[in-house]
Design a protein around this ligand. Structure first.
Ligand SMILES: [Zn+2]
Length: 392
């Protein structure tokens, strides 16, 4: 068996240097000109041919064969001023406070090692360097632009650093969640059309604000009355606007609604109910509701076909007790677009608590322990190699 831990340790300085370079660029969203160019140049220097995918993603394939595993890293920073005090801190007003710089560098390290052992791979490894994770838009853009085709991808594997949450975040610890890991997030817009009556005939009008009030009340009861209390969900009307003056009925009113759920089924159910309730209430008051899904993303799902075997691969690298199942379910993660389409898994890599416990991702003072990076590289390379060995 190839000793990826040892080989990753041997290129530790290079992984750290790549990470610091990307860290300084600190580009956000889809605007990753320097970051993307650096990733492509580095891949090319390893003898790997990079390909553009979508607005600013990069893919590359290593190995040959029928089956293919996708390894994913994101590359974007956040629009916040860095406060880490590090000598390689970004100076452009953005900050890699979610650690995506380290994800990209660790995957570059894995690319180098996998290329070195390409002849031993039993199938293909597809690398995914994605933009705009923080906008929850980069993975979707890459999927729509053929990420999972040519070559067709069978399974996906992603990683995220976790800092400032000891003991889970201690260097050398790996955590994973079985099943659903993050919430879905949908933005639904409800445009209510009433009829503004004129002069002395208000009874001929249809008041859109009155309809909106009934809809708001009904929507806020949905989670409590129609979703099992074993599952958390949210239907929140976060914004409402309409009407023109205090003494006329309103001809229009708009509600902006956030729908969040833990499972694919509940997400679909709630969105369907928001539509039915809004249209039904509006119709019963002689108005009309137009319900529009503005954007949304599924919850991220760790497939049992992966969670049953991948922790075993990682234990081969770090031993039995460093890999633990956790139950925390937080935030959103746009790797969900991949996990909705192919069996996938996502793990959390401990990167210490140098800046203190509680200073976690998205905090501009976060400092990652770079000693953790070779392990991340080894996990990417070893997981891909072992999955291909057992499935080809
Ligand atoms: Zn992140």
């Amino acid at each position: 068996m190839i000793d990826y831990r040892k080989e990753a340790d041997q290129i530790k300085d290079e992984i750290i240097s790549n990470r610091r370079t990307i860290h300084r660029f600190a580009e956000t969203g889809f605007d990753l000109a320097q970051t993307k160019a650096f990733v492509k140049e580095t891949l090319a220097s390893y003898g790997i041919e990079p390909k553009d995918c979508g607005k600013s993603g990069v893919t590359a394939v290593i190995g040959e064969g029928d089956r293919c595993i996708l390894l994913r890293a994101d590359m974007d920073a956040l629009p916040m001023k860095e406060e880490s005090g590090l000598d390689f801190a970004a100076e452009n007003g953005n900050c890699h406070s979610c650690g995506h710089d380290s994800h990209a560098a660790m995957l570059l390290g894995a690319a180098k090692l996998l290329k070195r052992h390409e002849q031993d791979l039993k199938g293909k490894v597809k690398l995914m360097f994605q933009p705009a994770e923080e906008l929850l838009a980069g993975a979707e853009d890459m999927v729509k632009n053929g990420l999972l085709e040519a070559p067709k991808v069978d399974v996906g594997f992603g990683m995220h650093i976790i800092s400032g949450a000891s003991p889970v975040s201690d260097v050398g610890n790996i955590a994973f969640v079985k099943g659903f890991q993050t919430f879905s997030g949908d933005f639904v817009k409800i445009s209510i059309e009433g009829l503004q009556a004129h002069g002395s005939m208000p009874h001929k009008g249809v008041d859109a604000i009155n309809i909106a009030a009934h809809i708001v009340t009904a929507l806020h009861e949905l989670s409590a009355h129609e979703v099992t209390n074993e599952e958390r969900s949210v239907v929140l009307v976060g914004k409402i606007y309409g009407g023109s003056s205090c003494n006329t009925e309103s001809g229009e009113c708009v509600l902006e609604v956030s729908v969040r759920a833990e499972t694919f089924e509940t997400r679909q159910f709630l969105k369907q109910r928001v539509k039915e309730i809004s249209e039904g209430i509006a119709a019963s008051f002689r108005g009309k509701a137009i319900v529009e899904n503005v954007y949304g993303m599924p919850p991220m799902y760790n497939d049992p076909s992966m969670t049953d075997i991948v922790p075993g691969y990682i234990r081969e690298l770090v031993g039995e007790d460093r890999v633990t199942e956790v139950f925390s379910k937080t935030g959103t993660e746009d790797f969900a677009y991949v996990s909705e389409r192919i069996p996938s898994m996502y793990v959390l890599l401990g990167t210490g608590s140098i800046a203190g416990d509680g200073i976690v991702q998205h905090n501009p003072s976060i400092i990652l322990d770079e000693d953790a990076f070779p392990l991340g590289t080894a996990i990417y390379a070893h997981t891909a190699t072992r999955w291909l060995e057992e499935h080809c």
